[in-house]
Design a protein around this ligand. Structure first.
Ligand code: CUA
Length: 157
């Protein structure tokens, strides 16, 4: 079978592109600790406020790190201010009480979709103490641009 020169060229070009796409995923996972969503946990979106997993919203800390329980709703995050320790793993557990929201901690790799009916969970470490802005990055309605919260990363002795 003979393959035309241009055909070969395009086949190689497509092959190189596929390898490049896979490489971006590998670099993202290994280099920036980005994780694809894999934690499937469901919740009744109409009972978020009384569900025992989300009844105590806020931060709990132990020696190893912290866990943040937060809810996204039109057009706020509850709680609105989150304090976590620097240099220790922080696990975020998020859900929505109405529509799909985003939870993006600007300037960090903390970013998740907050989907009604599901619990989104990710763990990250904040090396730099300071104040970070949390924004909703999924269009959720007229007040979308107002939907934000504050993350305060504190240096602990
Ligand atoms: Cu919530 Cu956009």
């Amino acid at each position: 079978m003979s393959v035309l020169f241009y055909e070969k060229l395009w086949m190689w070009a497509s092959g190189v592109l596929i390898v490049a796409f896979l490489a971006t995923i590998a670099v993202g996972v290994a280099g920036s600790a980005l994780q694809p969503p894999s934690h499937v946990e469901t919740i009744d979106p109409t009972k978020v406020w009384t569900d025992p997993r989300f009844a105590a919203r806020g931060v709990t800390e132990d020696r190893r790190g912290a866990t943040v329980i937060a809810v996204g709703m039109m057009f706020a995050f509850v709680p609105n201010e989150i304090r976590v320790p620097a240099g220790r793993p922080v696990t975020f557990r998020l859900t929505s009480a109405d529509v799909t929201h985003g939870f993006m901690i600007v300037g960090t790799n903390g970013n998740a979709m907050v989907v009604p009916g599901y619990v989104s969970q990710f763990t990250t470490v904040f090396r730099e103490p300071g104040e970070y802005l949390i924004v909703c990055n999924e269009y959720c309605g007229l007040g979308h641009h107002l939907m934000s919260a504050k993350l305060i990363v504190e240096a602990r002795p």
